[in-house]
Design a protein around this ligand. Sequence first.
Ligand SMILES: [Zn+2]
Length: 63
Amino acid sequence: MKLNEKVYCNVCGANNEDPTKVLVQAVFGQNPVHICTSCIPSVIHGGSDVVKTNDELKAQVEG
Ligand SMILES: [Zn+2]
């Protein structure tokens, strides 16, 4: 998810200020999402259940 010039992982919420994370764009349903390299295995095994929607993630990021 892109928010305020940052890109957030839709699984763990990490953002691209962390140089160890590489975020990859993907599409779930009709929604563009981003997944970091650490979470890609979880998505492959857990499927869309582990991916938060942009609305859910935004609520989490903004507290
Ligand atoms: Zn992640």
